[in-house]
Design a protein around this ligand. Sequence first.
Ligand SMILES: *Cc1c(COP(=O)(O)O)cnc(C)c1O
Length: 370
Amino acid sequence: MIGKEEKKAVEKVLSGPILVHGPESEEFESSFASFTKAPHAVSVSSCTAGMHLIYHALGFGQGDEVIVPSQTHVATAHAVELTGARPVFVDAESTTGNIDIAAIEAAITSKTRAIAVVHYLGVPVDMDQISNIAKKYSLFVLEDCALSVGASFNGIHTGLLGDAGCFSFYPVKHITTAEGGMVILKDKSLAEKIRLLKAFGVNRSHGERKIPGEYDVTSLGYNYRMSEIHAAIGIEQMKKIPTFLQKRKENFIALEASLSGLDGFRILPQPINETRISSHYCMGILLESKLIDKRPEIMNRLKSMGIGTSIYYPHPVPHMSYYKEKYGALQCPNAELISNSIIALPVGPHLNNLDMETIAKRICYVFSEL
Ligand SMILES: *Cc1c(COP(=O)(O)O)cnc(C)c1O
């Protein structure tokens, strides 16, 4: 969904004098802040970078633990692991695939410093319950919002329900900057710290230097900045977000209506109500147990009919070799069932009503032939 507006914006940056640390990233940040109503928005090079920065800024390291959902992108766990702290995995709830809130307290120890949640496929986690647990044990709450641009809970945009939220602008997400991410948060001093740490911990930006090249380094930091080229794409994508989200919702509702009543799978529900507004990242269908072995065949047949599908995510994170070898085989039956049986169906804004009808017809056909 890159149009001529994005191309023009990139050309403009390339014709100008500033490629990093300039007006484009500032405008992208303020545009994202106004869309989400965030007090602070800090652009970063990816969602993973944003999550890592937050844990780094909080001083997490060896001996610390963070509660992490099993059913997520590996980045949610890597961001913890990179600091030397330990991700402690909690299974998914079977209905939505979000973290099983009822299982969180049993995983908390005296070393626990934070709870990470992911709004799986764009359905907001019940953040009231998460906040209650976090308050009880004085824990930081990080929201992995890579799939939840536009999703809100009790009228508050995801990312502002906990202590910080990280978004991804990787190409397959709701909006893209090629690579890129955004951290949103309410705490001003943490926002300032992240700004410092995403640029080496250098204490003065270019504009603040009295003599060019004069600066001091006050802390250990990374280079996790977003370039002006990426930010320029982001500014144009922000203008399209309302249309993108509306189209996703319509496509989801249409596909749900066409597929309901079909045998062989159940649709992971995406509640649409006042309290929980989903970003409709995709439609997850879970195959019945007798069809699980046929998933590759189903996906290949759909592909040959022009329908792209995917799997979110191929294994629960604690079952990925790196984590399994390090922490041993952990039980997470719900996440495992979702990983083994899910097929993600497209509802993206590139698809129109006719496309959705065609997709539904072909899915019906493939399942009728099984
Ligand atoms: C895509 C994704 C990420 C990684 O985002 P990057 O911007 O590529 O770092 C993290 N978490 C979840 C849930 C994702 O889907």
